[in-house]
Design a protein around this ligand. Structure first.
Ligand SMILES: [Zn+2]
Length: 103
């Protein structure tokens, strides 16, 4: 069985941290990529994953809720993990290639 690529593992790790950050868990971006501020990327992505009204959490990707924090964490992991990975990849691409001229 083929090992997941380095980029794939980085994306998976950033997705995990972004989900935790979205739920207010203290989660450090313990991965780095030259030229990309991974912590800033997570800070930009996390608010797009979940909302909190002071009492309960709601999934910002499908609108489901209310959840407890733990409940939404499990929901994100079970239902949206691949989607969150895609969002992380899109944000990485934008930061790496977004500033380059087309052509
Ligand atoms: Zn959802």
């Amino acid at each position: 069985m083929e090992q997941p690529s380095l980029l794939r593992r980085l994306v998976e790790r950033v997705a995990e941290v972004a989900i935790r950050r979205a739920l207010g868990y203290a989660a450090a971006a313990d991965v780095s990529l030259p030229g990309v501020d991974v912590d800033e990327l997570i800070g930009a992505l996390a608010p797009r994953l979940a909302s909190f009204d002071g009492v309960s959490y709601r999934c910002a990707l499908c609108g489901r809720g209310p959840f407890t924090r733990r409940g939404l964490y499990l929901h994100m992991k079970r239902v949206h993990l691949e989607h969150v990975r895609e969002l992380v990849e899109a944000e990485l691409r934008r930061r790496i290639f977004g500033g380059l001229p087309r052509g």
